[in-house]
Design a protein around this ligand. Sequence first.
Ligand SMILES: C[S@@+](CC[C@H](N)C(=O)[O-])C[C@H]1O[C@@H](n2cnc3c(N)ncnc32)[C@H](O)[C@@H]1O
Length: 293
Amino acid sequence: MAELSSSQPTKEQSPIEARQEKLLKPLEPSVIPPEKLEYARQVIEKDQAIKPFWVNKYKKEAAKNWDRFYKRNETRFYKDRHWIEREFTIFKTMDPDGHPAKLQCLEVGCGVGNFIFPVLERNPNLFMYACDFAPHAIELVKQHDDYKQGRCSAFVCDLTTDALVDTIPANSLDVVSSIFVLSAIPAEKLEAAVRNIKQVMKPGGMLCFRDYAVYDAAQVKFSSNPGHMLDTNLYVRQDGTLSLFFSTEQIRELFEKEGFTTVECEYVHRETINRAMDISIDRRFLQAKFIKQ
Ligand SMILES: C[S@@+](CC[C@H](N)C(=O)[O-])C[C@H]1O[C@@H](n2cnc3c(N)ncnc32)[C@H](O)[C@@H]1O
């Protein structure tokens, strides 16, 4: 989902400058007032899952629907994710000589490469694997002007069923990023995905995670229009793609059970303003860092 900004332009700033300034600031720890959280909880609790036939159908067709999404939108939907390096400074690590560190990285669910190309440009010593289960997305990554052998390698992979070790040496990666990807996977398949990722990480390697959090405005919107809920905190969008909303407890448990240590796992918040409707929207995300033991 595209991130919106609520910056009010000052007299000296154009709206574009105000938006850029806002996007450069780190997100704040969650500060949604308790009464708004309580309202969200009540709306969500009243919602009910749709019929099992449809739940199974949407879960089964997730890969096909993401592929259609990229066939339709190509590279137009997501903006470049420059903020990832701001929030996860490991990508800016320097070696003892003051040069950008040689890092072996993987972006899971890379989409069309909105993170990998900006980070490759800034760190000439970084190698990036990138995978996604949507073949159209991977094709678009490979067609990018900056897709160069020796710097990156993109491949089709369903994290829940295809072993990453078939493409990436076991225990070899310094950093893995998972940005709004596990939310596209039903809860019962998450353990398999995390175990798969762990196999290709070095002991001491870091996993950087950002995703949707429970009581995010998008979840309240789903539950306000019944007919989207598949399971607890899992919804289907109009285009058939899935969206799961996480709690910090759930994500911590998922990674710690697979042998990761939690460095950080917290809710972060951004208030956005929909000027057309004159309403403020509370986006709530979950940001975390885990280390493989
Ligand atoms: C919301 S998009 C995020 C894309 C990208 N990480 C970004 O932040 O721009 C979710 C991505 O996860 C991919 N995805 C969902 N389930 C997957 C799975 N089981 N294995 C691999 N990729 C998956 C989708 O195809 C889609 O590209």
